[in-house]
Design a protein around this ligand. Structure first.
Ligand code: URA
Length: 291
């Protein structure tokens, strides 16, 4: 008679499966176990929920004709199991559904310090999506992305492009504020980024702008430094992606605004937006001091 998996393990396993469901993975196969010598006594069947021994999710498309995902010009992450990289677009997905799937999230440790979850904001049918790293203090208080100092600069950049915030969509890699605004950790990014991917697939913008290295490295699944590919068009699941510096970096290094403005002008050209005379990515760096 088959023995039960211990209840605590079953609960962990159930949570993990429900997480996979949230991100649209419903088909699994079990790794072929190495042949073991027959045991005399019946064995308790154990399933490790830790990767890499966790049964690996497979997409339906992997069972059908293999498709070659157009790689970004940057190489894939060299380590780690990435659910993000293997997800397909979920039919009938929507931003409200993604938000509801996130729910009152406790999937990673960032929920402990959260005041408000910051899902994203803007036009759900935007041609242009900006992706940042994660909420800061102001965002955590208000539940909205990019509303602090860096956000004000981003707003100026958007307006310099001839757009308004309500025309674009703004979101982050992680939806909860990392303590002391530290960089989100690998496990936090891996747990949260599938929801970002669903947002991007659902909005289906013409152009994605990744602000800073965490956003760019996560979306493109690369470890390469952003300076190697900033300002150059990348392919992301058939969409155009531009990585540029984070507005918080520009606050510390105003002289880099010119580079960012050049990147945004490339975006404007693709979106058919006119460059206004004298426009720039935020106030000119006249004093060299951050504002
Ligand atoms: N920085 C980010 O990356 N995202 C925000 O929402 C705010 C600041």
């Amino acid at each position: 008679m088959a023995e039960r998996i211990p209840a605590s393990l079953e609960e962990k396993f159930r949570k993990r499966l429900s997480f996979y469901q949230d991100i649209g993975i419903e088909l699994y196969y079990r790794d072929r176990a190495p042949t073991r010598p027959q045991q005399a006594a019946p064995q308790v069947r154990t399933i490790s929920i830790e990767e890499p021994t966790l049964p690996q999710p497979v997409q339906k498309s992997q069972l059908a004709k293999p498709t070659v995902a157009p790689p970004a010009v940057v190489p894939p992450r060299s380590s780690g199991v990435s659910v993000f990289g293997s997800m397909n677009k979920i039919a009938g997905d929507s931003l409200p559904k993604i938000l509801s799937d996130i729910g009152d999230c406790t999937r990673c440790k960032l929920h402990r310090g959260r005041t408000k979850l910051v899902f994203g904001d803007g036009n759900p049918k935007a041609d242009l999506v900006f992706v940042g790293e994660g909420p800061g203090r102001d965002e955590d208080m208000q539940g909205l992305p990019f509303v602090g100092r860096a956000g004000k600069l981003l707003t100026q950049m958007i307006e310099a492009m001839g757009l308004q915030r309500k025309d674009v969509y703004i979101c982050n890699v992680v939806k909860c504020r990392p303590p002391e605004n530290r960089t989100p950790e690998k496990d936090e990014v891996e747990i949260c980024s599938p929801f970002l991917l669903r947002q991007l697939d659902t909005i289906a913008p013409k152009v994605i702008v990744c602000l800073g290295s965490v956003a760019a490295q996560t979306v493109l699944q690369t470890n390469r430094g952003i300076s190697h590919f900033r300002g150059e068009w990348q392919d992301f699941r058939g969409r155009k992606l531009m990585a540029t510096y984070h507005p918080a970096y520009l606050l510390r290094n105003p002289s880099a605004k010119g580079e960012v403005w050049k990147d945004l002008q490339k975006v404007m050209a693709v979106l058919g937006l006119q460059v206004k005379k004298g426009a720039s990515a935020g106030p000119a760096p006249s004093t060299g001091k951050s504002s």
